[in-house]
Write a protein that binds this ligand. Structure first.
Ligand code: AQP
Length: 335
């Protein structure tokens, strides 16, 4: 069976962007049954932008695991892991650090955005981030990777790394991975600025919906979301040049599992005074059961740790032989 891999950083709490752009797709691909699915808390990635307080990192990792499970990822149907517990990810990443070129990494927009004006002060890990991501995927020989739009460039780099490894060693070992970017909300934008991605690390909490927000907070954030004075159009074309309106309609459609066209057939013509309360009600109806279940799971962190330990054992049945074979191809003695 073809394999799916994807991950999320426990660098903060989950946002609606992570849920709609990533986790919801993870659940779809798990439930389709066409793939073996591996989903990961990428804790090694989570310390690349800045080192986190250790207790915060541990909390975030367990809460992210709870978020996965509460959203419908089943530790029975999928392999659910924490990256650091499967050491072959980091071991393969070293090989990929030697395959990837400085120039490739320097062109990554995430590197440029996150290192900002002071690249000299950014960590080496932030620069190498995409090589570790390539290792996360390719250590499973995964062929399909569900992600949000912002990760497309990193997946192209993953393909380049696989192709260069195969070419340089004259093998056909690593697959050329396909990104899976689907749904009405592959790029959820900030509620305060429709030209910026909704992000866990945005300093403004009002810019995002957190998966742990309560019903009142969700309603208030949607009520205050930036919009324009016009009514909603009935055609998708009418959302052109209206990024804030477009974002809210995308969120509505994705939560309702509709296309944007279908959503506009329902809500086209509405003023924001009508649409925003309807969106808030829908968001609360979809998210409240997840946050309730997350809180319940977080009451028993030992159970979460047990599930992750089990996931790591399952994962290493796949990753150990792939690493061994890679070392053998590269010429390391003893493999
Ligand atoms: N706004 C978004 N819309 C759609 N998809 C999104 N994803 C993230 N934000 C959006 C998708 O979620 C997955 C995991 O992302 P991540 O946590 O590994 O890293 P990120 O993209 O850097 O997420 P954030 O929230 O922006 O975190 P910070 O603020 O720490 O950088 C990916 O599939 C991503 O596409």
């Amino acid at each position: 069976t073809p394999r799916v891999f994807s991950g999320i950083q426990p660098s903060g709490g989950l946002t609606l962007g992570n849920y709609l752009g990533a986790i919801k797709r993870f659940v779809d691909m798990q439930d389709q049954g066409d793939f073996q699915t591996v989903y990961c808390m990428v804790d090694l990635h989570a310390i690349t932008a800045k080192l986190l307080d250790p207790a915060t990192l541990r909390h975030n990792t367990r809460e992210l695991a709870a978020g996965f499970i509460a959203s419908g990822i089943s530790p029975e149907k999928s392999i659910l892991i924490n990256q650091s517990q499967v050491p072959e990810h980091a071991q393969l990443a070293w090989i990929f650090n030697c395959v990837a070129r400085m120039g490739w990494m320097g062109r990554m927009t995430q590197w440029k955005d996150k290192s900002g004006k002071n690249a000299e002060a950014a960590s080496l890990g932030l620069f190498a981030y995409p090589a570790l991501m390539a290792a996360d995927i390719l250590i499973y020989h995964a062929t399909h990777v569900p992600v949000g739009e912002d990760q497309k460039q990193h997946l192209e780099l993953t393909r380049d790394i696989a192709a260069k490894f195969n070419h340089d060693y004259g093998v056909d070992f690593f697959p050329i991975t396909e990104p899976v970017i689907e749904g009405a909300a592959t790029r959820v934008m900030s509620l305060r600025d429709g030209s910026k991605k909704m992000s866990k690390s945005d300093p403004s909490d009002a810019s995002r919906i957190n998966m742990t927000d309560d019903a009142d907070t969700i309603a208030k954030k949607i009520r205050k979301a930036k919009t324009d004075p016009d009514a909603l159009p009935s055609e998708v074309d009418g959302l052109k040049d209206r990024p804030d309106a477009r974002n809210l309609v995308n969120i509505y459609a994705a939560l309702n599992e509709q296309t944007v066209e279908q959503a506009l057939a329902d809500v086209g013509g509405q003023q924001f005074g009508t649409f925003k309360p309807a969106l808030a009600e829908l968001a609360v109806a979809k998210l409240a059961p997840i946050s309730t279940e997350m809180a319940r799971l977080m009451n028993d962190p030992a159970e979460i740790d047990r599930l992750l330990a089990k996931g790591a054992l399952q994962a290493r049945e796949i990753t150990e032989p792939v690493l061994k074979k890679t070392y053998e191809i590269v010429g390391m003695v003893g493999f």
